[in-house]
Design a protein around this ligand. Structure first.
Ligand code: RIB
Length: 300
């Protein structure tokens, strides 16, 4: 694949613990040993765009001056993501606390640290202007998202994964990607995925609503539902990020939104069969094989 992607987003050290079930408020649950793994929605999406999507990808994010930053930058570099223009700020590198239950579900609390200090420089905005697709999420200041959208060159596409959910001003968006909960939050009302997609199309030229195992809804002029893949989930952490990274890479390669969403869905299905966020991102060859034959994951 060809095409350039610039990801503007967060990077977190993920501190992960397996729990027998997600605790209720006020409850203590004993879990397993803590694992440290590279994460953050932005960094995860950059790794996916490169590794599973095959795009030349730059990550623009903010890091502290600590070993967490070294750990995260090493993971990005190993995947082949360009990190030459990341920011260093006087704050701790972002950290996420993640509990994973046996059904593969997770709950996450993020301490944003350096991520909340990201402000794009002229040099960084210059790199944004070289992209075919600019991809952002909401673990960074909204000003950085707005600046990235404004800096894209004519013809380049702005894709926003509006996660985690938060109030959003009007932005100049080509593609909005959300899960069902984020879609209802943004729409300000519950509804079917099709109803929510119709409402959210006021915010972007196209909307993709991910539905986990049920696939996704793609809304452009028409609304279509793409089926999911049948796999046994091990850990769903970062599956949405794999989806977004691969979607952006495929769009940068000139694929239609529907084709891009099909490929992204296959990559995300493979990712949930593996533990971790960046560590679960499949290669482009694995995605191609899985999309064609439905094998290569733990498909039932
Ligand atoms: O989407 C998963 C990611 O959310 C984790 O890697 C964690 O860091 C949080 O940003």
């Amino acid at each position: 694949m060809t095409g350039r992607v610039v990801v503007v987003g967060s990077a977190n050290v993920d501190l992960v613990v397996d729990v027998p079930r997600q605790p209720h408020g006020g409850e203590t649950v004993l879990g397993g040993d803590v694992r440290r793994s590279p994460g953050g929605k932005g960094a995860n999406q950059a790794v996916a765009a490169t590794l599973a999507g095959g795009a030349e990808t730059t990550f623009l994010g903010a890091f502290g001056a600590d070993d967490g930053a070294d750990f995260l930058l090493a993971s990005l570099a190993k995947a082949g993501v360009r990190t030459d223009l990341v920011s260093r700020v006087e704050s701790a590198t972002g950290t996420a606390f993640i509990m994973v239950s046996p059904d593969g579900e997770n709950s996450i609390v993020v301490a944003p640290g350096a991520n909340s200090r990201l402000a794009l420089s002229d040099e960084q905005l210059g790199r944004v202007a070289t992209a075919d697709v600019v991809l952002a999420q909401l673990e960074i200041p909204l000003d950085a998202v707005t600046a990235a959208a404004a800096a894209r060159r004519s013809g380049a596409r702005m894709v926003l994964n509006a996660a985690p959910s938060r109030p959003l001003p009007d932005l100049d968006l080509d593609v909005l990607v959300v899960n069902e909960h984020e879609a209802a939050d943004l729409a300000g009302t519950p509804g079917t995925p099709e109803e929510l997609a119709r409402i959210l199309r006021r915010r972007a030229s196209a909307v993709v609503i991910t539905l986990g195992a049920a696939g996704c809804v793609v809304a452009e002029q028409e609304i279509v539902q793409l089926p999911g893949f049948r796999v046994s989930p091990v850990d769903t952490t970062g599956a949405g990020d794999t989806f977004c990274g691969v979607l952006a890479a495929a769009l940068a390669d000139g694929r239609s939104l529907r084709e891009a969403a099909e490929r992204a869905g296959a990559a995300a299905a493979l990712a949930v069969t593996r533990p971790g966020a960046q560590s679960a991102v499949p290669t482009a060859a694995e995605v191609a094989e899985f999309a064609e034959s439905g094998t290569g994951g733990n498909a039932r």
